[in-house]
Design a protein around this ligand. Sequence first.
Ligand SMILES: C[S@@+](CC[C@H](N)C(=O)[O-])C[C@H]1O[C@@H](n2cnc3c(N)ncnc32)[C@H](O)[C@@H]1O
Length: 281
Amino acid sequence: MVESKLIYSQLLKKLKSFPDREAKNISLKYMFLKFNITSSDLLLNKKFTWGENQEKSFINDIDQILKKVPVQYVTSSEFFYDSKFYINKNTLIPRPETEELVNNVIKLERSNVKKEILDIGTGCGCIAITISNHIKSNVVGIDSSMEAIKVAKKNNSLTSNKVKFIYSKVEEYKPHKFFDVIISNPPYIPKSDIEKVDDIVLKNEPHDALFVDSDPIYFYKTILSFAQDYLNENGVIYFEINQNYVGLLISMLRGCKYSITKDFYGEQRFLRVTSFTSKTI
Ligand SMILES: C[S@@+](CC[C@H](N)C(=O)[O-])C[C@H]1O[C@@H](n2cnc3c(N)ncnc32)[C@H](O)[C@@H]1O
């Protein structure tokens, strides 16, 4: 066993090339993701198991962190909503904004009636699995990346195994049923905006999960067109959006019923569409 404060202070010392605050944030996150040690555990100097294996991977992990690999990829995990998810370099690191998206869906869609729900661009499956654990539902998650689907299936088997994950592009997906709710956090950064993206994101996260070729609202159009065929009459679509292209989305949605809401940082981030016409697309 080892005292958590000892490992935390060793980590801080090794990360002295980072600005103080960043070193502290990375170290706290690492302690939690790797050893399940929370800030309060640290205050109490909780002990945890420490052997040769932990020592070896600790050294290796520090090396990766110093090479500016995000701590989530170093530990192959991220906490999302109320659970830890396995991730790897084929999946985006789930973001706090997406937790807010999921929270909105849970608040508005929870009911006694079982719902059919689809998550488009599921990545590691964090949206689909969390929704399936909080809403009475059958949930399907699709993704165009086979490697992402493997990760989502692994997370499914590590939890309640309730979601059906399918390897498919949205453009080619032809389900045999209708959905009550469609959720998507699609790629929404046009390639022309690449220079605005942080280096750490560019160097580490999958570009297919981040970027869209040239039309920033391509996936919103594609998903609305899909929804025309597969969303139930009173169905609802929830999107995460790029605040820089809200104007384009509003033009696309002329004549539709929708609402756009802000995230925790005050950015327009969530789009909820409750009715649309064929003219929209
Ligand atoms: C922004 S990531 C979202 C991942 C996860 N849902 C989340 O919120 O953290 C977008 C995902 O869409 C997938 N994707 C990209 N193009 C797609 C397409 N044509 N059809 C389905 N999924 C696609 C990517 O592989 C990626 O996993």
